[in-house]
Ligand binder design. Structure first.
Ligand code: GLN
Length: 206
């Protein structure tokens, strides 16, 4: 486990317009990075990487526009800022959406098509252990009205798939360059290993 001297610790922001912001901040702090909430462009500018949390993707996109953050985040992503989207955050990082709201906008960057609320109403929320590439023991993954990755471009690395049940084989974690996304909520449950993968990515890009 890496530990940072205070001067070397990267600053990682959590988009804080809506959603489960606090859990991400806490997990990042546990990993020794400087974690900060992002509601203004000045806060975004101070970040070496950005987490886009779970919540409601249409609301988050609209609020990001209201807070004048939408285009600046898009621009930073284009310039190579590492970003990590969980659940609704995965939807926001996707280039394409299936079952999105009419005219639903995304920040984009990941060459994936996500299906919103993919697991259907019967299995609104569920939990399961899944293997994640780069981690040596399974992650207990919590899915809450989650998307899955319907299709991924060639440069997208699949980090995890659902292992059992009717959705077996569906892609639920990906990485492409400095972008990462999970359908599930790694900030819930006290396991910081998926965030560690993102912190490593931010550290490499710095
Ligand atoms: N269903 C939500 C959406 O489409 C995502 C749910 C979540 O982030 N837990 O935005």
């Amino acid at each position: 486990m890496t530990s940072f001297s205070p001067a070397a610790a990267p600053t990682i922001g959590v988009l804080a317009v809506q959603g489960d912001v606090r859990e991400h901040v806490r997990t990042l702090e546990e990993l020794g990075v400087r974690a900060t909430t992002v509601r203004r462009t000045s806060e975004l500018e101070a970040c070496h990487g950005l987490v886009i949390p779970g919540g409601e993707s249409t609301t988050m996109a609209k609020l990001a526009r209201t807070f004048d953050l939408f285009e600046p985040i898009r621009q930073r992503i284009k310039e190579g800022m590492p970003a990590f989207g969980t659940c609704a955050g995965m939807i926001l990082l996707a280039d394409r959406i299936e079952d999105g709201a009419h005219d639903q906008e995304t920040l984009g960057g990941l060459d994936i098509t996500v299906r919103r609320n993919a697991f259907g109403r019967q299995v609104d929320s569920f939990e399961g252990d899944i293997d994640v590439a780069g981690l040596d023991a399974p992650v207990h993954a919590i899915f809450i009205r989650a998307p899955w990755v319907e299709a991924a471009g060639e440069s997208v690395e699949v980090l995890a798939r659902v292992e059992q049940g009717p959705a077996a084989g569906r892609i639920v974690a990906v990485r492409q360059g400095s972008l990462m996304a999970t359908s599930f909520h790694p900030e819930v449950g006290g396991d910081s290993r998926v965030h560690r993968l993102f912190v490593d990515l931010v550290t490499e890009e710095r």
